[in-house]
Design a protein around this ligand. Structure first.
Ligand SMILES: Cc1ncc(COP(=O)(O)O)c(C=O)c1O
Length: 383
């Protein structure tokens, strides 16, 4: 019996699912779904922001209303993320991708080596970009021989003699694996984390990190702003010849607006931080995300002969669920039928193919129930 009993199947093969507001469920990997109440707030604020008589898109980044918005955003992000005082919060541009060269540029001194744990397409990119900029990089482990299906055991990671930092990727968006805990690193070595696809989706043990970066467009707003959390002393490592706009120090000194910042994206971060706070904070997100993923993983496991999950069970992501079907033709049918049913945006990344359901913070549990139900019905019909 469908949990969506009111959804008529009509002449279609599968039921029709919709969000409470009548939109389709958007499983895109980023930019991705926003909560309906956040979208409605944005609609109003684009017309008239905070009673100023004109919209957020039209506001100066130096004027008082934006000043207040910026300070409120910093305060709210700090409160919701329980970010300790020794961390600065910055908004930068260029996406998580630009941190691939900004991090080593700021953190490596002459003669330094950085260690990288290679768990996905994106960490491979981080390594390539750091190398291309001429930095000394040591790959402490790579999941490439394992098709990035799993994460390393502690004794498989071989660090260099004295790394200046260890770079990890907490959630591997393309292959659907996620660190359950932070990896053990040599004492005193800061961990730099690409948290692009799981920032604020669960509590963060800040003591384990030196720097965390994430573009906003998956869990924390929309595209344009990259949020960086950095320990103050790490920002001081940067040499004087690094271009001013690429120094974390400049962003700290200028409150993330040394030039015209991505102010609309920053504003959406504030709305998402507000929404997370109203929904139980990071602990609330953890519970919400665990409950959501269960609906889909249980359908995968119950139809194990038909669906082939990419990630090893122990390393499964709560954010991106990646799987294949017996043939590419069936995958095309799956995507087409799902889209017709109101479950959209599940085509896997071009590097892997297959299906990927991305279910970041804003994705509602009812949409995961719908996908679980659809997957069971699809396997029954075609399996
Ligand atoms: C883990 C991870 N790192 C980096 C990136 C690149 O982010 P951006 O497109 O904001 O540069 C992505 C994009 O999806 C990602 O998932």
């Amino acid at each position: 019996m469908s949990i969506f009993a009111s959804n008529s199947m009509g002449s279609a093969a599968f039921p029709s699912y919709r969000t409470a507001g009548g939109r389709v469920f958007n499983f895109n990997a980023g930019p991705s779904i926003l909560p309906e109440e956040v979208i409605k707030q944005i609609q109003g604020d684009i017309w008239n922001f905070d009673g100023t008589g004109f919209g957020i898109l039209e506001h100066s980044h130096r004027a008082k209303p934006f000043d207040k918005l910026l300070h409120d955003t910093f305060a709210l992000v700090r409160e919701v993320g329980q970010v300790p005082a020794e961390f600065e919060i910055l908004f930068m541009t260029g996406g998580s991708s630009s941190q691939n060269y900004i991090v080593p540029l700021n953190l490596l001194r002459p003669g330094d080596t950085a260690d990288y744990i290679d768990t996905d397409f994106w960490s491979t990119r981080s390594i390539e970009d750091a190398k291309q900029a001429g930095h000394s990089v040591h790959v402490a482990w790579t999941g490439k021989p394992h098709e990035f299906r799993r994460l390393p055991a502690a004794d498989e990671v071989k660090f260099s003699a004295k790394p200046a930092y260890v770079h990890i990727t907490s959630n591997n968006t393309i292959y659907g694996t996620q660190q359950k805990t932070e990896p053990a690193v040599p004492a005193g070595v800061p961990v730099v984390c690409d948290a692009c696809s799981d920032i604020f989706s669960r509590p963060i043990d800040w003591a384990k990190y030196g720097l965390i970066y994430a573009s906003a467009q998956k869990n924390l707003g929309t595209t344009g702003a990259t949020i960086v959390f950095i320990r103050k002393e790490l920002a001081e490592r940067c040499g004087p010849t690094v271009p001013r706009m690429l120094q974390y120090r400049t962003m700290i000194k200028e409150e993330s607006r040394p030039n015209t910042p991505p102010h609309f994206a920053m504003y959406t971060v504030k709305l998402m931080a507000q929404w997370i706070k109203a929904n139980g904070g990071l602990e609330g997100m953890r519970k919400h995300n665990e409950a959501k993923a269960k609906h889909i993983y249980s359908a995968l496991d119950d139809c194990a002969g038909f669906y082939k999950p990419h990630a090893a069970k122990a390393d499964r992501s709560l954010m991106n669920i990646c799987f294949r079907l017996p043939t590419e033709a069936l995958e095309e049918t799956f995507l087409a039928e799902a889209a017709k049913s109101g479950l959209d945006g599940m085509r896997g990344h071009r590097a892997t193919g297959g299906i990927r359901a991305s279910i970041y913070n804003a994705f509602p549990e009812v949409g995961c129930q719908a996908l679980g139900e659809f997957m069971r019905a699809f396997a029954k019909k075609f399996g």
